[in-house]
Design a protein around this ligand. Structure first.
Ligand SMILES: Nc1ncnc2c1ncn2[C@@H]1O[C@H](COP(=O)(O)OP(=O)(O)OP(=O)(O)O)[C@@H](O)[C@H]1O
Length: 409
């Protein structure tokens, strides 16, 4: 059994993280005992606190803005959780996917905090990205047949090509229906006295590939919610969405029907037993699960997607048995079957391992290249294989975030 120092366990999405954590805590892998004096820095802990807050109105973890965890951005929550953990002075911290959802500054701050902590606290890192392994980690393990095996050389994964078939054909030839998809004019939005967005001007045209970036709490999700019609404050704004002037009597559905949407959060708690094929076909019927009978053309297009994703032979299998990376491919196909004018991808790579992140990036680039669908991709973290044409950058300030455009093509 290994005597504990600072270690990392490099895992893939196909491995069971929960049982790894349980194994660590029950001294299955390491000889040291934590006697309950450990802390878990993970979304698992964060979700427990959010649940407690919802049920009992308790605010054990305090964010910088003094907002409840529920009303805080993902990055604000994680920073607050780390401060909370540090204040408890645990003997050991298990750090699970340390950097997802964090802005560049926060990633660097957390690295520094963990490094300082490592002088007196044992750090066990669980990571599915090689680039995330902390600099002070002494040994990196992988799991093989239920035991930990030392990895001597953490090399970067090789580039590969997964999707050789063409994208399925246009469903309703929506190609040139709109000249501008999204037009925000001087959008300014506050929560209470706090101004979040200040004078935002942004145009997204058909077929463009945009990345939206900005520090934690700068208002990225707020902009997404304005675009998808989910933020009630949208009615006060000067915006045109898919040729409809906001507040001109359009319903949320009039907007949503033009948007395909995927977020890594969609898979949290997803327990249904639909087949892979049904998951894709249901994208035509705007339901999860099949409650109407799809027509032949719809099935045909779903089959084209299945072939493209190399999943046709397993189309009848339970969607929930797929790896996280493959589930995301299926949900992208589901969002794309109707060839929406706009595909929104909100932190789509969060939590994916190196292999799956590369596979997923390849599909995104393929959609950008071969379809007329515009892509709006939100992420803090650089994925070297994702190549947007434009970046819309939010810059935070006390008076609210301002926006600027960076042309990449
Ligand atoms: N309903 C609300 N009430 C009060 N404040 C809110 C509410 N929703 C969001 N906020 C605040 O608005 C700010 C912008 O939030 P938003 O979620 O848009 O940021 P973000 O850029 O997406 O952040 P992150 O990168 O951390 O996900 C945050 O400071 C957040 O705490």
């Amino acid at each position: 059994m290994t005597k504990l120092k600072h270690v990392a366990v490099y895992i893939s999405n196909k491995q069971n993280k929960k049982s790894l954590i349980e194994g660590i805590l029950s001294n299955q892998f390491f000889s040291d005992s934590f006697d309950k004096n450990y802390a878990l820095f993970s979304d698992i802990t964060l979700n427990k606190f959010i649940d407690e807050e919802r049920r009992h109105g308790q605010f054990d973890v305090e964010t910088k803005t003094k907002n409840s965890l529920r009303n805080s951005s993902q990055g604000e929550r994680r920073k607050a959780l780390l401060q909370h953990i540090i204040s408890k002075k645990p003997k050991c911290i298990i750090v699970d996917n340390a950097f997802d959802s964090l802005d560049v500054q926060a990633q660097s701050d957390i690295k520094k905090s963990l490094e300082a902590l490592s002088a007196e606290t044992i750090i066990i890192q669980i990571s599915n990205r090689k680039r995330d392994v902390l600099s002070f980690i002494e040994t990196v393990f992988k799991i093989e047949n239920g035991t930990l095996v030392v990895i001597n050389n953490l090399e970067t994964p090789k580039t590969f090509k997964n999707f050789v078939l063409d994208l399925p054909q246009d469903y309703k030839q929506l190609k040139n229906k709109f000249s501008v998809l999204i037009h925000l004019r001087d959008v300014t939005l506050s929560y209470g006295k706090r101004c979040i967005l200040k004078h935002i001007n942004w145009e997204i045209k058909p077929g463009e590939f945009w990345q939206l970036i900005g520090p934690n709490g700068s208002g990225k999700s707020t902009i997404l919610n304005l675009i998808s019609g989910d933020n009630p404050k949208g009615f006060m704004q000067d915006m045109t969405l898919f040729d409809m002037k906001k507040g001109s009597g359009e319903s949320v559905w009039d907007i949503k029907k033009h948007i395909g949407f995927f977020s890594s959060d969609m898979l949290i708690g997803f327990k249904r037993k639909d087949s892979i094929e049904n998951m894709i076909v249901s994208g035509f019927l705007d339901s999860i699960g099949l409650y109407k009978i799809p027509n032949e053309r719809q099935i045909q297009i779903a089959h084209q997607w299945l072939r493209l994703l190399n999943m046709f032979d397993i189309k009848d299998k339970n969607f929930n048995l797929l790896s996280d990376g493959h589930k995301r491919l299926v949900l992208i196909a589901r969002a794309m079957v109707k060839q929406p004018p706009l595909l929104i991808l909100d932190e789509p790579i969060n939590g994916l391992d190196d292999f799956d992140a590369e596979m997923f990036s390849e599909l995104i680039n393929k959609i950008a290249k071969e379809s007329n669908t515009a892509i709006l991709y939100v992420s803090h973290r650089e994925e070297k294989n994702i190549k947007p044409h434009f970046v819309f950058k939010l810059t935070s300030s006390k008076a609210g975030s301002t926006g600027s455009v960076i042309v990449k093509k």
